[in-house]
Design a protein around this ligand. Structure first.
Ligand code: FAD
Length: 258
């Protein structure tokens, strides 16, 4: 497992180990590029809590919360909570990410309504930048699953032709957007001609329970491939912060039918 990203914990902040200013520093270490194009990114901005806070939230029912290091018994408790779907002890831990993703990925992310907070850049206030997702390769529709896609291993797609169509389409649309702005049309209307592959950026805060639910649904073969890549990036950044919870969750998850 890779080292935990350098993210400032609440404890460090409270004990004065670091200044408040460091709280939201996004370093190269805690940014991932799921689409490998140097635009689409997931950055861990901050987090609250650790595996022990899950245990403490559960044990407070018996007045048993404590400051001691995590024990084997605690680890078993985390697995028990996940298995029995006692979800609330996982809701006290928060993770904030800055996510730069294509609009079509973001449309899927916003469907996750519970335990997820979001603030997004506004195309009404800011001119939409010339940032568009261009797939590295084009996939075919899966035959077995109507919503899934498969790699074009047989080479049936004219990859260069598809890339050209994609490029022409977004460049035409973006030029139309610029022309509308030049004609004096307001940003909130002009953006209507832009494609779903344009990038948008948001702060997303998940609690640990809602993040695991998101990962179960979106890091899954049935989910849109690009969204799967974002889900994996979120998991990669979150896992070192909650290693026991993730290990138990992955064990239980692998036992469940997909
Ligand atoms: C592979 C895939 C394909 C999809 N395809 C489509 C599609 O074609 N069209 C489409 O519209 N959506 C689609 N979705 C979105 C999907 O229907 C969910 O909206 C999305 O995955 C969020 O899941 P959720 O509701 O469990 O999460 P959340 O909204 O975060 O809710 C978490 C949990 O809270 C509970 N809950 C939330 N709201 C309510 C409520 N109103 N009443 C009762 N309980 C509630 C449920 O237990 C729910 O699981 C798809 C999702 C996936 C993963």
């Amino acid at each position: 497992m890779r080292d935990a990203p350098r993210v400032v914990s609440v404890l460090e902040r409270a004990t004065g180990t670091v200044s408040w200013g460091e709280m939201t520093t996004i370093t190269a270490q805690n940014v991932l590029y799921p689409l490998q194009d140097d635009i689409g990114s997931v950055a861990l901005v901050q987090h609250v809590g650790d595996d022990k806070s899950v245990v403490n939230a559960a044990r407070v029912s018996f007045g048993g919360d404590n400051d001691a290091p995590l024990t084997e018994r605690d680890e078993k408790l985390i697995k028990y909570l996940l298995r029995e779907q006692h979800g609330s002890p996982f809701e006290h831990n928060l993770l904030t990410f800055k996510i730069v993703c294509p609009i079509f990925v973001d449309r899927q992310m916003v469907r996750h309504r519970v335990g997820v907070s979001k603030n997004e850049i506004s195309g009404r206030y800011v001119e939409v930048g010339e940032r568009v997702y261009v797939p590295r390769s084009f996939r075919r529709q899966a035959k077995s699953n109507r919503q899934a896609s498969v790699a074009d291993e047989a080479g049936e797609i004219d990859q260069q032709g598809a890339a050209l169509v994609w490029q022409e389409a977004w460049q035409l649309a973006y030029a139309a957007y610029q022309r509308l702005l030049d004609l004096g049309v307001t940003r909130e209307q002009a953006r209507g001609v832009l494609p779903q592959a344009m990038y948008t950026e948001s702060y997303y805060t998940f609690n640990l329970r809602s993040l695991l639910h998101f990962l179960a649904l979106r890091d899954h073969p049935g989910a849109q491939f690009e969204t799967q890549l974002y889900a994996r990036a979120l998991a990669e950044l979150a896992e070192p912060l909650f290693p026991v919870t993730f290990r138990a969750w992955r064990e239980l998850h692998s036992e469940m039918p997909h």
